[in-house]
Design a protein around this ligand. Structure first.
Ligand code: NAP
Length: 335
């Protein structure tokens, strides 16, 4: 049996190109006692993978080196086993790399999927997986959103952002999105059920946000940083919270990221800005997943996906996601 892998080849200058990746096919080793063989069905593409390719900064212990397997989560099924805890047919999610097959002993997994009727398997890499869990943690734990408040979120047509707004609506908050272009804004309102969505690529974002949320913003869930953050901060209410989830505006940039321009607003309005990372909150993942599963089953939340076909198309799908071509979770279907 063979395994197809995507390897890191070279550091991109700005937006990655297909030349920054290598695709190789290698033989699969046999499994030993305690191990099992996974056939991977879906690969999750995520903006943090750009950080790992170098050029700027990373929160990981190190950047990828040429020849390393690209890091990423996969959803796979056990097809051979010498581990009684992982019988054939078990579905799992783990950060096991951009590859079609992998041998595991179970210690490197995120979770075993307990399939739930009406929840598609692929949702365990999206709304019920790391991005949905990120949305839940940032909104509820870091952002401390409460019913009746106004929640603003950037990258609102994406995987984390789209789930943030849907969770906010389920909590009886008002949800305002920020996305790139009129088509994405339409999707955010019509498909994800936000109250409004404003286009950061159109002029005067600050005034657009003010018009969409005349009572001000209580929680700004920041996925992008940069000038969008300035416009959001200008619209915050007193005691507003800004959970910082990511800095999409900077992942393809070299050097230090854009600074906060309106420092005085922190004391004028008693604002709190707090970063968070998913892995720090592992104990809350099952609770988040269960709540999101229930919302999907009740038709109150959708796990929207953009799906590329075949591992050989993973690099181009990844580049497309960084350019904003995705709506919802960007996946690659591997088989
Ligand atoms: N803290 C954590 O533990 C954690 C965990 C997971 C994800 N994250 C972060 O969450 C954020 C969203 O991730 P995701 O997986 O849901 O990705 P995503 O939003 O599904 O996809 C990326 C989107 O970013 C937008 N974008 C690209 N360049 C931009 C720019 N310069 N300014 C504004 N928006 C830009 C594009 O949408 P438009 O077309 O609208 O521009 C694109 O569709 C990222 O910052 C990611 O790093 C953090």
């Amino acid at each position: 049996m063979s395994n197809t892998q995507v390897l890191f080849k070279s550091e991109p200058k700005g937006l990655p190109t297909p030349d920054n990746f290598d695709i190789v096919t290698v033989p699969m080793p046999g499994i030993e006692d305690g191990q099992f063989l996974l056939k991977n069905y879906f690969l999750s593409l995520d903006p943090y993978q750009r950080m790992l390719m170098g050029g700027g900064w990373t929160y990981a212990p190190r950047f990828l080196a040429p020849g390393d397997l690209m890091i990423g989560r996969v959803l796979g099924e056990v097809i051979e086993t010498k581990n009684a805890d992982f019988p054939v047919g078990t579905h799992v999610v783990g950060r096991l790399g951009w590859q079609t097959h992998v041998v595991s002993d179970g210690t490197d997994l995120d979770f075993i999927i307990t399939p739930k009727q009406d929840v598609p398997l692929s949702a365990y890499l999206g709304a019920c997986g790391s991005t949905g869990t990120t949305a839940w943690i940032g909104l509820k734990i870091t952002g401390r959103a409460k019913a009746g408040e106004t929640v603003l979120v950037s990258a609102a047509a994406g995987s984390v952002g789209g789930t943030v707004g849907q969770l906010a609506k389920a909590m009886d908050c008002k949800a305002i999105g920020i996305a790139g272009g009129p088509d994405k804004c339409k999707t955010v309102v019509e498909d994800f059920g936000f109250d409004a969505c404003v286009d950061y690529k159109a002029p005067d974002l600050e005034a657009q946000i003010r018009a969409a949320s005349p009572d001000g913003v209580d929680v700004y869930f920041d996925n992008v940083g940069g000038a969008v953050l300035d416009a959001a901060m200008a619209n915050m209410n007193k005691f507003g919270r800004i959970p910082v989830c990511g800095v999409l505006s900077a992942y393809n940039e070299e050097g230090a990221s854009y600074g906060v321009k309106n420092m005085h607003l922190f004391f004028d309005k008693s604002l709190t800005m707090e970063g968070f990372v998913l892995n720090v909150h592992k104990a809350r993942w099952p609770e988040a997943r269960a709540e999101i599963e229930d919302l999907i089953v009740a038709d109150r939340l959708i796990s929207r996906e953009t799906v590329a076909q075949g591992i050989e198309n993973a690099p181009s799908a990844f580049i497309g996601m960084l350019e904003g071509k995705n709506v919802g979770k960007q996946l690659v279907k591997l088989v």
